[in-house]
Design a protein. Structure first.
Length: 463
């Protein structure tokens, strides 16, 4: 779905991609619980099936409620087109498989989300798609050294979960584009309110919309947003130049390829026509509706979560039992250095090896990195268990970006598939606790942590 963009972020979060007049004048996007749609006549059926006419035929490849969600997130990310999926992993898998189809390789950091690591390290190789992992994705020389003839894309998270390390998207894009390689960014943690990767050179953005975008922990979803700027028609990506029956007409001998027919929109077109159509990880209309409702309040929610997470990070930094705090958000907005001066400093740092977290956060995340943070506890695994079991307001839930504040031990739960050799660089050791700050009163959250710390350390001291 193409997206028209106008107005500021908060305005678009409520209005983009929706015309009440197209939906019986309903103020709120209706939920179209219909598996299929009336094709009306054979000429129209033929045109719809060939993708030559806009409209809906079958909800696996398009649904009016889901289309509003696609247009809205596309507008918020300043993309050109978007394809929704039934989960974040549906979107991640579709984007990576579409880029690397036919024996390609993906370069990625060891700090990816657990399931993304498992997909790239263990599952995709069985289908002939391989990954080259780097410990530090901002080490641009190490990344460039890994680019070979089969490399198709660099895949990274804008803000890593749970370390909150920020990725140098602009630096990666420069390196990747020099070699005709695409940059795909998982922007789940900051959400487009805090960072828009396409504005800094990324070609494709993916999200788990389950998290901050939906924001209420009540629906699963994912999305692929295509910036429409990358040339997929080169020899590096043969799948885009090959004639494909799904978009051709065999009977009249009209064979077409995705890049021939869709040009710069070829990526999103192929994600929908092949990955969504054939793998079927489809977003349901009811879930799309819940996510649209959540997105309406995205700006105010994230602003408040960043404020509260900053206060909690400052408190954690003062606790003697916290041996290491992972929250790059504390580097945000500390001075008023201008963009040009920061760009100069970043260019120098990149030339010297890699950009520092401080420069990256100040330049690209002036409003913070989000409500996610993590920390290392003295005493290790036993103290992590004791702390989690002692919290009462923080709930022990493997999710992030919820209105509820959540606590988890990532090494055992969300990042269980991450091998031990990745733990150090990914910041997910057995002694790490992750918090996702919600919208409760900060004072109540601090009280809960204070009591839990006292109980965790008191109890094990006595034992
Ligand atoms: C949760 C998450 C995913 C996977 O999303 P699901 O909706 O759970 O499939 C991918 N990437 C990141 C960064 C995540 O936090």
């Amino acid at each position: 779905m193409n997206c028209a963009c106008s107005g500021g972020f908060a305005t678009q979060a409520i209005h983009a991609g929706y015309e009440a007049g197209d939906h019986g004048d309903a103020a709120v996007p209706p939920i179209y619980l219909s598996a299929a749609f009336d094709l009306r006549d054979t000429a129209r059926g033929d045109a719809l099936s060939a993708g030559e006419q806009d409209g809906f035929a079958y909800s696996r490849v398009g649904n009016p409620t889901v289309a509003v969600l696609e247009a809205r997130i596309c507008a918020l990310e300043h993309g050109r087109s978007a394809v929704a999926f039934g989960s974040g992993m549906g979107a991640v898998a579709a984007a990576l498989l579409t880029a690397a189809e036919g024996g390609g390789r993906i370069i990625a950091p060891t700090s990816l989300y657990g399931a993304s690591i498992d997909a790239l390290r263990d599952y995709f190789p069985g289908f002939g798609i391989d990954a080259d992992f780097v410990d530090d994705i901002n080490d641009l020389r190490a990344v460039e050294a890994l680019i070979g003839p089969d490399t198709r894309a660099i895949f990274a998270e804008s803000v890593a979960n749970p370390s909150t390390q920020v990725t140098d998207v602009a630096g990666l894009a420069e390196v990747a584009h020099r070699h005709g390689v695409a940059v795909i960014v998982d922007n789940t943690v900051p959400t487009p309110y805090l960072f828009r990767p396409l504005e800094h050179g990324a070609d494709v953005v993916v999200h788990s919309t389950t998290k901050g975008l939906c924001g209420h922990g009540n629906a699963l979803g994912g999305i692929v947003v295509d910036g429409g700027t990358f040339d997929w028609g080169t020899a590096r990506f043969p799948q885009f130049s090959a004639p494909d029956l799904a978009i051709s007409d065999e009977r009249c001998g009209a064979w077409r390829s995705f890049s021939g027919r869709y040009g710069h929109d070829a990526f999103a077109a192929r994600v929908r026509a092949k990955a969504l159509h054939n793998l079927g990880a489809v977003q349901g209309a009811m879930d799309a509706y819940l996510q649209l409702m959540g997105i309406e309040t995205l700006a105010v929610r994230v602003r408040e979560q960043v404020r509260s997470a900053t206060a909690i990070a400052q408190w954690l930094r003062r606790q003697p039992q916290v041996t290491r705090l992972q929250y790059t958000g504390l580097l945000a907005g500390e001075d008023k250095e201008n963009t040009a001066a920061l760009d100069l400093r970043l260019a120098q740092e990149r030339a010297d090896g890699h950009a520092t977290q401080e420069s990256l956060v100040r330049r690209y995340f002036p409003h913070g990195v989000g409500g996610l943070l993590s920390f290392t506890l003295a005493g290790g695994r036993d103290q992590v268990r004791a702390l989690i079991d002692a919290t009462q307001l923080f709930t022990y839930i493997p999710n992030i970006g919820d209105t509820r504040s959540l606590i988890v031990d990532p090494a055992r739960i969300t990042h269980r598939e991450v091998p031990g050799s990745f733990h150090g660089s990914a910041g997910v050791g057995d002694d790490v606790v992750r918090l996702s700050i919600g919208l409760e009163d900060t004072r109540d959250l601090l009280d809960d942590l204070e009591h839990a710390f006292a109980r965790a350390y008191g109890a094990t001291m006595a034992a």
